[in-house]
Design a protein around this ligand. Structure first.
Ligand code: AMP
Length: 176
């Protein structure tokens, strides 16, 4: 199944969480077992020969897909969380949002030095979050082997911030 056909299972919610944002709601996609399997299997197929050592996923929707991808690849999953949620020694990266900043964290002992890491998240918008996660992975001694997203918002050109890394998205969305 061409993954672009999954687009009809993503619902546009205007003005959520605030006015002017069109929120891409994936709950309709996730509750459809057959389509959820297409999402996971497509990412696994794309990266299974790339010698991935670990999955890094981003709170919270990233965990849903990232954990199943990790299970299927037979590797572990490492959470990247918002500031203050991880209990042990951690690295932090603060990055700019449209209004203000945000901080993401990863545990310092997340993986072995040189580990090849695949980042999995639900959506690529401006690419700021993905860029911050790349910095965290480098701080923790890992190598970014690729990034996988369910949805890519094409007009925001997030991919341009991720030059040099393999970026895979299942649904290209021109409306945001
Ligand atoms: P960005 O850093 O701009 O690439 O934003 C990506 C992160 O913000 C992802 O973790 C998404 O879950 C979330 N996000 C950004 N824009 C949207 C949107 N329109 N709908 C749903 N989630 C979004």
């Amino acid at each position: 199944m061409p993954t672009q056909q999954l687009k009809k299972f993503v619902i546009d919610i205007p003005d959520f969480p605030k006015k002017g944002i069109i929120f891409k709601d994936i709950t309709t996609l996730l509750k459809n077992g057959e389509k959820f399997r297409v999402v996971v299997d497509s990412i696994v197929k794309k990266f299974k020969t790339k010698k991935i050592d670990a999955i890094v996923s981003i709170e919270a929707r990233g965990f849903i897909v990232g954990s199943v991808v990790a299970y299927k690849l037979g590797i572990g999953i490492i959470p990247v969380r918002k500031k203050g949620k991880l209990p042990y020694l951690k690295y932090s990266v603060t990055y700019d949002l449209e209004y203000g900043t945000d901080t993401l964290e990863i545990h310092q002992d997340a993986f072995k030095k040189g580990a090849r890491v695949l980042i999995v998240d639900d959506l690529l918008a401006t690419g700021g979050t993905a860029q911050a996660v790349i910095k965290l992975i480098k701080k923790a001694g890992g190598e970014v082997a690729g990034l996988a997203f369910i949805i890519e918002l094409l007009p925001l050109k997030g991919r341009d911030k991720l030059k040099g890394y393999p970026v895979y998205s299942l649904i290209k969305d021109r409306y945001c």
